[in-house]
Write a protein that binds this ligand. Sequence first.
Ligand code: IMP
Ligand code: MG
Length: 178
Amino acid sequence: MQTKQIKDKEFDLFISASQIQERILTVASKINEDYADTQPLFICVLNGAFMFASDLIKKMDFFPEISFVKVSSYSGLHTTGAVKNLIGLNEDIKGRDIILIEDIIDSGLTMKYLFEELNDRHAKSIRLATLLFKPDAFKGNYPVDYIGFEIPNEFVVGYGMDYDGFGRNLPDIYHLKS
Ligand code: IMP
Ligand code: MG
């Protein structure tokens, strides 16, 4: 089995590049079907989702608009939880059909924040597309509309996702060696 050493950790091959591409085709055809009569705006959540977004939008039958945002987390001075901040959304999204593109949904807090933020800006509809979903970690109470793979609650790298800044360039997805 193929393994990668990234910094202090060893990772095993988990989902191959060809499995990823095959699955993206299925997700893409569902989106093509659902949005046949609309002009959605894709919003890619950086950094992790850049590879998934790139491959997904190449499979669209229409000419989608795509925007890139970042969610920064910082600890507020007077709050106990992490305060989040949305960077880079310059489009007026009022009345738009939005598809949020994420690499992975873990606790779901990041998506919850984005969902509420876009709702406040009066998006017409918001759907979520994520390559990976960890159902056992998910604490959200909103639907995740397009899912590439459901995975166990374990740490993964590759295909855009990093361990401490490294591993994003890997074409396959790896998980922590058990
Ligand atoms: P959430 O807010 O807990 O759903 O976390 C979502 C974000 O955490 C993702 O966009 C990733 O950037 C990061 N993340 C969650 N799980 C992993 C993982 O297994 N590997 C790498 N990044 C992860
Ligand atoms: Mg991410």
